[in-house]
Design a protein around this ligand. Structure first.
Ligand SMILES: [Zn+2]
Length: 355
């Protein structure tokens, strides 16, 4: 980065060299640096914490960083990359506002300082190693993903197979094969923070307390499942649409919410909702729909919420008398944040105003 003053987000000590930090809770969505490498680093950090202490809170952080800030760094066709991942973008700003010249409205083929593309490539190509860790006869399942794990002990290897529909469907099956007579295997299955009620082996549980009350064993946010012979166990974590808000010390997100489903955080794009996204309001009290669809042919689950749109102003005075007004009802179509800017330059926002 050159010696131009930049306004970026995060911690302490602004400098003239970009990639600097401001103060705690200073998180403007349009000026956010949110470098792809920072999310990749967060995955690495969370994984090391899991090796030190298996706590589901670390895996929740790892999963959120993986499916959002990290994955956003690469286009859906894998050919272009973001260095900076803002939470709000108006392409005209990127072209005309020098405070935002670090923000690109579409992914780039390469960078002069090209840390993010290879960092993301090594994360994605080794993602399996972050999903599982093991200790003694216990296998920890931190991330739900289709996988085969081979556990080699004194005898023949034991195979643990996980099949599921993540990140769109929280259901799956755990299959154990090759367990010798008398041997045991414990699978510690993370209860994701985004899960509502869940099912294991056909029985339904409201939450972790309910699981324990009904005789289930749990440790630090993981369901402890015992296998004393080969077999399979179906499970299902419900994936309700959730509205999220920021801590109230984040001034730029005041009075706004975003949408998440499972580990995936969503955003609004101009391609689906028209221009002037700042005129949209989302109403969390109204029903939502999760709809199977696609972005550029990639299957995703979109979320539809109810909202309103303020009318754009005709040319006139810059400041006008405030008059209460009914806004036009609209459906807001949300796409996963990591898919934004795959359909050319267009407006995007993660935070949307409440009515
Ligand atoms: Zn980087």
């Amino acid at each position: 980065m050159t010696g131009r003053k930049m306004y970026v987000t995060g911690g302490v000590g602004a400098t003239d060299y970009g990639e600097a930090f401001s103060h705690a809770y200073d998180l403007p969505p349009d000026l956010a640096y949110a470098e792809t490498c920072a999310s990749v680093g967060l995955v690495f950090w969370a994984w090391r914490m899991l090796q030190y202490q298996p706590r589901s809170v670390y895996a929740d952080v790892m999963e959120r960083a993986l499916y959002n800030g990290a994955l956003s760094g690469m286009s859906l066709d894998g050919k272009s990359f973001f260095y900076v991942n803002p939470l709000e973008c108006r392409p005209e700003d990127c072209h005309k506002d020098e405070r935002k010249e670090h923000v690109q409205p579409v992914r780039q083929k390469w960078f002069s300082c090209a840390c993010c593309p290879p960092n993301l490539a090594r994360l994605i190509s080794s993602v399996g190693q972050y999903a599982f860790t093991w200790a003694g006869e216990r296998v920890y399942i931190h991330l739900l993903m289709d996988a085969q794990v081979s556990l080699e002990g004194n005898g023949a290897p034991v195979r643990l197979e996980l099949s599921c529909g993540m990140p769109w469907d929280g259901g799956g099956t755990l299959r154990v094969t090759g367990l010798a007579p008398g041997a045991r295997l414990q699978a510690a299955l993370r209860l994701p923070e985004w899960s509502g009620a869940f099912q294991v082996g056909g029985a339904e549980y409201r939450d972790l307390d309910d699981w324990v009350k009904k005789g289930g064993r749990a440790e630090h946010g993981y369901l402890i499942l015992e296998f004393d012979r080969d077999g399979e166990l179906p499970f299902s974590f419900s994936m309700p649409v959730r509205f999220l808000r920021a801590d109230r010390r984040v001034r730029e997100a005041a009075g706004q919410v975003t949408v998440a489903r499972g580990p995936v955080v969503y955003c609004l794009e101009e391609a689906d909702n028209g221009p002037d996204l700042h005129l949209l309001h989302v109403d969390p009290s109204r029903p939502t729909r999760a709809v199977a669809g696609d972005v550029c042919g990639e299957p995703v689950v979109r979320v539809v919420t109810a909202g309103t749109r303020e009318p754009a102003d005709p040319e006139g005075e810059l400041y006008r008398e405030y008059v209460p007004q009914q806004f036009q009802p609209v459906e807001l179509s949300w796409v996963p944040y990591y898919t934004w800017a795959n359909r050319g330059e267009n407006e995007m926002r993660v935070w949307c105003a409440l009515p």
